[in-house]
Design a protein around this ligand. Structure first.
Ligand code: NAP
Length: 314
């Protein structure tokens, strides 16, 4: 079974049902095993397997991730990719959005960004959303961006942004979504589904918890995951029964727990996971997550195990 492709939003680009995230390419904050050349190869391996969506941000490594993605685009052919990047939460004023876009275009080495995402809504509401959206409309009109997109937007933010965009579609909302963190199912996911906005799921592997390789006696020591409550002992213990189910289902299907966890996301209409990969072998495994279909019984088992978990953030 080859990879399938879906259109983002009502009129956005066609993307593979699984993408690749590149926050990992921001230096050593994801660990000492991060190497730029391996991430370039991971993007290349993903492409060979049909994955065309690559996600980055100006924030990641202060532009470094975009440069690494740029190297991959040059090596493997820009035309083969749907390039998604994001502008930072401190660049929300009209002129700053335009400048941020030019800087991203330069680092990526492209003439157009396929999906330009506002990284998160202004928590202090100092810059009116309509000012930021006006800049996105301008970039869209100029052709510097193909599609307008957002990230970490609640329903109220989406409503306001859509009204300010006045007819220009929001192709996608990139939000946290995995079997341990399903908060978007309450409001954001139904709203996006109803209004033809696709979801890009970040941290689809719960930053590695769902791969089954971590446990209370084996936790990653990098800066990013030291801050992530999911790696606290009680949460890893709470997640263990679900990881067991993912492993059992995977073993019966010749798949890994990570592939089963990603396939669960792929099974949700309009939702595209963007797992971060540090090397070609992770990229290959993640692309393989789209090559099978979980049965209704398997999905039900996963659902029950997932629903039984309460993650603690205190
Ligand atoms: P993730 O994709 O859930 O986890 C990525 C980590 O899991 C990798 O660094 C790797 O770390 C491990 N991994 C990946 N594939 C694996 C495999 N097949 N087998 C074993 N381990 C594997 O988490 P994420 O990086 O937070 O999210 C993915 C992407 O979403 C990011 O790269 C970024 O593009 C985007 N993102 C966006 C936002 C936002 O606010 N919009 C926030 C976060 C992330 P180890 O090998 O070290 O365990």
């Amino acid at each position: 079974m080859g990879l399938e492709y879906i259109k983002l939003g009502k009129s956005g680009p066609k993307v593979s049902v699984v993408g690749i995230g590149t926050w990992q390419a921001s230096g050593k904050q994801w660990g000492d095993d991060v190497k730029d050349h391996l991430i370039v190869k991971a993007i290349g391996r993903s492409l060979e397997l049909g994955v065309n969506l690559v996600d980055t941000a100006e924030l990641y490594g202060d532009g470094h991730s975009e440069k690494v993605v740029g190297r991959a685009l040059k090596k493997y052919g820009r035309e083969n990719f749907v390039v998604a990047t994001k502008f930072h939460g401190s660049h929300l004023h009209y002129e700053d959005v335009l400048k941020a876009c030019d800087a991203s275009l330069k680092r990526l080495g492209v003439k157009q960004i396929d999906l330009y995402q506002m990284h998160w809504p202004d928590p202090w509401e100092q810059v009116p959303l309509k000012e930021t959206m006006k800049a996105l409309k301008k970039l869209h009109e100029e052709g510097k961006i193909l599609s307008v997109a957002v990230s970490n937007f609640a329903v109220r933010d989406l409503e306001e942004a859509r009204s300010a965009l006045d007819g220009v579609e929001i192709a996608s909302n990139q939000v946290r979504y995995n079997l341990l963190q399903r908060e978007i199912e309450e409001e954001v996911l139904p709203y996006c589904t109803k209004n033809g906005i696709s979801i890009l799921a970040w941290s689809p592997l719960a930053q590695g918890v769902l791969t089954g390789k971590y446990s209370p006696s084996k936790v990653p020591s990098d800066r990013v995951r030291k801050r992530n409550k999911l790696f606290e002992r009680r949460n890893l213990k709470a997640a263990a029964p679900l990881v067991r189910v993912l492993r059992e289902i995977g073993e019966a299907r010749g798949r890994t727990p990570a592939q089963v966890a990603l396939n669960w996301i792929i099974s949700r209409p309009g939702v595209v996971p963007i797992p971060g990969a540090k090397n070609p072998s992770q990229a290959e495994e993640n692309a393989g997550a789209a090559e099978f279909k979980l049965t209704a019984e398997e999905l039900q088992r996963i659902e029950e195990a997932s629903r039984a978990i309460r993650i603690s953030y205190f």
